[in-house]
Design a protein around this ligand. Structure first.
Ligand code: FE2
Ligand code: FE2
Length: 374
């Protein structure tokens, strides 16, 4: 028989709860909050692992995020022990998993992990609706079995956190809706110039890689990622004759084309939303050049907002690598040579270094969101 650590005292538990609540209140990232809640659940009951599962009503699924950098796991509502607990709105305590038919042993077989006991506790929002569940696996303290006391403790945490989590879910819903609207808007802009939806997706990802590489925070980099797809939204105001003209534009046409930067800015800058304000700046400044020879305002160097400087690199890199009405796609080497030449001219020299440092990841994105030609 294994030796388990002694059971936590009431003092320990209070400390655990206070430490986590203090910590959680400082977190902003949704996934991080969910994972920290899971850690808290684990420490409260002395489990080896714990997971927070959440209900997605629209999709009729339950989902969780297990670890940093790991994509979410999503299964149909009602699957497994968690699904069952959520559907019934009741806790499920299994202390001998291998002799319980509700437990699916195939998961352990795949991972090599040995599940002994499982405790699942649903949590509810302010309207008493079940919105998710805590699941704790393998008791590591006391007798090695989850007790009624453990259940009480986790239940208290669930009770306390229910409303917190439901407001988090609401925030996530709003954020996801915002993201979708923004992408759709951006795609509308690009569709008019016959660019693919993947162009904005790639520009978004490249921008985030460059931002992180530059040392910007996750939050700021994510903001840029959401805003950068809208760089050409002002093109909705450009007539087709100019936008879709094959070959070179004459002087007058080019003047019209260049107006998309200011049009985009005008469309967006009245908003109070951070994302849209960032997008306004990007629309306005993504054609400025480090050497001051860009448009529309001929800003130079750090006068150009960092979001504008980053999006410029992401956009040009992607545009050169794609077929457009007026040109064929360039080979990668030719693009990289141009980037070296334009370091300190078109582009922020510092950012060009970051670009080359992160080239592997950038090329990975290029592959992942390849255009599929019909
Ligand atoms: Fe543009
Ligand atoms: Fe673009």
């Amino acid at each position: 028989l294994e030796n388990f650590k002694p059971e936590q005292t009431a003092d320990d538990l209070v400390k655990t709860i206070f430490n986590y609540i203090k910590h959680i209140s400082r977190l902003k990232d949704f996934d991080e909050i969910i994972m920290t809640l899971a850690d808290m659940g684990r420490d409260l009951v002395g489990a080896d692992r714990a997971t927070v599962w959440l209900v997605d009503e629209g999709k009729k699924t339950i989902w969780t995020k297990v670890a940093h950098g790991v994509d979410r796991i999503e299964v149909p509502s009602g699957s497994g022990i968690v699904g069952c607990a959520i559907q019934m709105g009741e806790h499920i305590l299994i202390n001998d998993a291998y002799n319980d038919e509700r437990f699916d042993k195939t998961v352990d077989k795949k991972t090599g992990y040995e599940t002994r006991n499982i405790m699942t506790i649903p949590f509810r929002d302010a309207d008493d609706k079940v919105i998710g569940a805590f699941q704790a696996i393998n008791k590591m303290t006391g007798t090695g079995y989850f007790t009624d006391k453990d259940m009480e403790h986790l239940n208290l945490a669930a009770l306390y956190l229910g409303s917190e989590i439901s407001s988090l879910l609401l925030r996530l819903e709003i954020e996801n809706t915002q993201k979708e609207i923004i992408f759709t808007m951006a795609e509308v802009g690009e569709m008019r110039s016959k660019e693919t939806g993947n162009h904005v997706r790639r520009v978004a990802e490249y921008s985030k890689i460059l931002a992180l590489g530059l040392g910007m925070t996750e939050l700021e980099s994510e903001l840029l990622k959401m805003a950068s797809p809208m760089h050409d939204i002002g093109k909705v105001a450009i007539p087709d004759a100019v936008l879709l003209k094959p070959g070179k534009l004459d002087e007058e046409e080019f003047k019209i084309m260049k107006s998309h930067a200011y049009s985009g800015y005008k469309m967006l800058h009245h908003s109070d939303r951070r994302i849209l304000r960032a997008a306004a700046t990007i629309a306005y400044e993504h054609h400025e050049k480090w050497n001051g020879k860009g448009y529309p305002r001929r800003l130079s160097g750090e006068e150009i907002h960092i979001f504008g400087r980053i999006t410029a690199i992401a956009d040009v890199f992607d545009a050169l690598g794609s077929d457009r009405v007026y040109k064929d796609a360039w080979e990668l080497d030719r693009i990289l040579n141009l980037f070296r030449e334009e370091k300190g001219e078109h582009f922020d020299p510092n950012l060009i270094d970051v670009f080359f440092e992160n080239l592997d990841e950038i090329l990975h994105i290029r592959d992942k969101y390849k255009d599929i030609y019909k």
